[in-house]
Design a protein around this ligand. Structure first.
Ligand code: ZN
Length: 107
């Protein structure tokens, strides 16, 4: 299989053209496809922390968070055919979502 190297439009990384879509590498495709869900996840995560500190019932929020994670997993699976890679991507996106609450705290 011959493939030329191109620069990703999103992160400027050099990748095989066969692995790009719309000029984006797989990393950037995944990031973009779950961006809205990642924000939603971060929002729910903060909400749960707030409720938790008030000793409120956080069970329902926990279920909402699980649903958002499921939807993220589905979108990633649609882009990444390899199961193990898809799991890696999901883990990375979830870590990013959970880390996000620190960077946007105070809003
Ligand atoms: Zn990229």
């Amino acid at each position: 299989m011959s493939s030329i190297l191109v620069f990703c439009r999103g992160c400027s990384k050099q990748v095989a053209s066969s692995q790009t879509r719309d000029g984006l590498c797989l990393d950037c495709q995944v990031r973009r496809s779950v961006a809205d869900l990642r924000d939603e996840h971060a929002r729910l995560w903060r909400k749960r922390e707030r409720y938790h500190s008030q000793n409120a019932n956080v069970e329902q929020i926990g279920r909402q968070i699980a649903r958002v994670e499921d939807r993220m997993a589905q979108r990633i699976k649609a882009l990444v055919p390899n199961d193990r890679e898809a799991v890696d991507y999901l883990r990375r996106e979830l870590e990013a979502a959970r880390g996000q609450r620190y960077t946007i705290r105070g809003l």
